[in-house]
Design a protein around this ligand. Structure first.
Ligand code: APR
Ligand code: ZN
Length: 243
């Protein structure tokens, strides 16, 4: 672990990449952990895509009202706040996240690239009129301008990632000399290409994830035996003691 702390301290361009595992210690379930992932309870093929929005509208709206309720219940944890502090100290140059919970922003991080969009913004699927999440949460899901369905500003399966965010994440990844993954199964494309791109460009790749991932064999360090929050608190203490 000491070597990793050295990598962090001496990095010129440290980029962080997070997945749902970053928020489980806040209380939010991830998607694919054994017996506790969200996709064990709900079928993403029936809910998390545009066809569901059109053909299965009521279930689609109920599912995302449930997701919004879950996210509203929980807060960022100490790990999110440490990453925000490291950004302020100039250690972290950017966070590329697959998460839509907005917890990195809430914890104080500024340079956050939300590859899969965010639950912090809702819009009409037809005319793209913006809506406040509260309006959706209170039960309104039909657009008053065109009658379309109000939906979260997240990327549904089969949809393209926001291009401007994707380009920024690529630029950050190309500059990275240290790239740390926290809490992702690295099974969803194209998000999972960023750690590989960093590693191919010669960056040190560090993966902190309880379960094995398909990219572990390319990583310089793989940390499985500790939770993300524990790892970040330990690293932060070692960095503080070393300064
Ligand atoms: N500490 C360390 N690892 C953890 C912790 C923790 N506290 N909690 C969960 N994990 C790990 C699990 O072992 C799992 O491999 O986090 C990983 C989360 O993987 P997924 O549930 O697949 O989440 P993610 O990789 O973010 O999914 C990517 O899939 O469904 C889509 O759009 C959704 O953005 C999501 C994408
Ligand atoms: Zn509309």
């Amino acid at each position: 672990m000491r070597d990793v702390v050295n990598e962090i301290k001496h990095a010129n361009h440290l980029v962080i990449f997070t997945g749902a595992g970053m928020s489980t210690e806040s209380g939010l379930p991830d998607f694919r952990s054994e017996n506790r992932g969200l996709w064990e309870k709900f079928n993403p093929d029936e809910l998390a895509n545009v066809q569901a929005l059109e053909n299965n509208r009521e279930e689609f709206v109920n599912f995302y009202r449930y997701r919004l309720q879950e996210i509203k219940k929980f807060q960022p944890h100490a790990g999110h706040r440490i990453l925000a502090k490291w950004e302020e100290q100039g250690l972290v140059k950017g966070i590329i996240t697959q998460n839509v919970d907005g917890f990195h922003h809430d914890a104080g991080s500024h340079h956050v690239m939300e590859l899969h969009g965010t639950f912090r913004a809702f819009h009409c699927n037809d005319c793209h009129k913006d809506f406040d999440p509260e309006v959706f949460f209170q039960g309104k899901d039909i657009c008053d301008t065109c009658g379309g369905t109000i939906r979260p500003g997240i990327v549904l399966f089969g949809e393209m990632l926001p291009e401007n965010v994707f380009i920024k994440a690529e630029e950050e990844t190309l500059q990275a000399d240290v790239f740390i993954v926290f809490g992702s199964s690295l099974t969803v494309t194209p998000a999972n290409m960023f750690p590989m791109l960093a590693q191919e460009r010669g960056a040190k790749l560090i993966i902190v994830n309880r379960d094995p991932t398909p990219l572990d064999r390319y990583a310089d360090y793989v940390i499985r035996d500790k939770s993300i929050k524990e790892v970040l608190e330990e690293w932060d203490t070692q960095i503080k003691n070393a300064t």
